[in-house]
Design a protein around this ligand. Sequence first.
Ligand SMILES: Cc1cc2nc3c(=O)[nH]c(=O)nc-3n(C[C@H](O)[C@H](O)[C@H](O)COP(=O)(O)OP(=O)(O)OC[C@H]3O[C@@H](n4cnc5c(N)ncnc54)[C@H](O)[C@@H]3O)c2cc1C
Length: 489
Amino acid sequence: MNKKISIIGSGFSSLSAACYMAKAGFEVKIYEKNNTLGGRARQYLNEGFTFDIGPTWYWMPDVFEKFFADFGKKPSDFYTLEKLDPAYQVYFEKNDSITIPGNFEEICEVFENEEPGSSKHLRKFIKSAQENYDIAVKDVVYRPGISPLELVTPQTAVRVGQFFSTIKKQVRKKIKSHKLIQILEFPVLFLGAKPSNTPAFYNFMNYADFGLGTWHPKGGMYKVIEGMVALAEQLGVNFVTNAKVEKIDVDHKNQVNSVQVNGESIPTNLVLSGADYHHTETLLNSSLRQYSEKYWDNRIFAPSSLLFYVGFDKKIKNVEHHTLFFDTSFDVHAKDIYDTPKWPEKPLFYASFPSITDDSFAPEGKEAATFLIPLAPGIEDTEEIREKYFTIIIERLERLTSQDVKQSIIFKKSYCVNDFIEDYNSYKGNAYGLANILTQTAFLRPKIKSKKVKNLYFTGQLTVPGPGVPPSLISGKIASDLILKNHLS
Ligand SMILES: Cc1cc2nc3c(=O)[nH]c(=O)nc-3n(C[C@H](O)[C@H](O)[C@H](O)COP(=O)(O)OP(=O)(O)OC[C@H]3O[C@@H](n4cnc5c(N)ncnc54)[C@H](O)[C@@H]3O)c2cc1C
């Protein structure tokens, strides 16, 4: 058996795959173009403040437990998890918000207060969401996306209607309060698509939200990256940073034989890329690429984002660790993301204030904040536009939460489309990969195994199962299982 595997990138999917491959006895080397590990989940440190550059929501704790259990470990061997209570807050107007508690019974009370009778519907909805979670996240999402038959199980067969109805329709059937509707539609945004375009079956995200809850790793999501890197190192994985893979060399039998890294040709038996799929294919001669530029241009990408990492010299009032500002219409904003890509006139936005529950994020008496506006990938990105939107959201924050914060900004750093392209070779600067709509689900996503190059594989948020940290961990397992099946002899 040839056992040398080169893995491109050090995001969650690459780290997951690296652990499985090393455990199986492969000699694993990760090449990461940036100077730190973690990909979209890197960390930014400034003036005593800490920021998770990318993911901030830790959902589906069972997926992380399952990953570490495969190596005889637990998440607590590497980081400390806390369940957030409240889980998050959603603003609809000035001084008008709903706070979602950390347990389901209390969430039912919140629903009942907002719309009498709604908790009965909520209970039924979450029960169906839990059943779908058990089918999807515990089983179907671990399948490699090779054949449509993977989706056909006795459990999915009886739910086929849920693949052709949408979350939007399902949620609106019984619940009438526009606030509760927005709260129930919010979790599918993690799948990168509009609720009107997301199959009702994906309500398992609502079980992840209300059933399993929102968790916080002490010190931030980057602690999970550090934990996975520590595990990978224990298993013998080798890491090389500042190591940009410039080319994947393929011989006349369509076998990869080396990768070119910073001008050096490094022999390898297998390549697994966790870098963005489109970019990875550009490392091959054009005849060896599976998907054309037209193919990529026709895909529905999950949004890009405009982000700000801000240090405040005081504590911010009337907000929670996770706070969503849904005081504008998502339907209108979503059109600007998906239908006619442009900068949104009235963006909704998300803000994270992790130092509210975790002192390690900011010096005493100060607050660390991350702001995120979802955007269409590929739109124009300039300093002036970023600045304009910063003013918009800071003024909205001030108005909705009734306080002055502008004068308390110590520093701010922005991050947008151009940075996603520069830092991650991201297609059109997408933040979360390829949207999980019906026509881009499972076997309809870009394939884990190259159809043209025999020993080239892909993992990450552009292939199966899709965007998000838990799916990326699963993607690493799916890719390594397939490699082991095909190459362990
Ligand atoms: C702003 C933001 C917020 C998010 N929020 C959440 C959240 O709250 N919860 C959640 O679950 N998910 C969230 N996500 C999604 C989640 O972070 C991603 O789905 C996941 O981290 C993707 O991991 P990956 O391994 O697929 O890719 P990446 O993390 O992008 O890793 C790919 C790596 O490949 C490297 N690379 C690229 N080209 C090369 C090359 N030529 N040579 C060497 N290396 C290369 C890149 O530098 C990068 O490190 C968020 C994402 C973003 C961007």
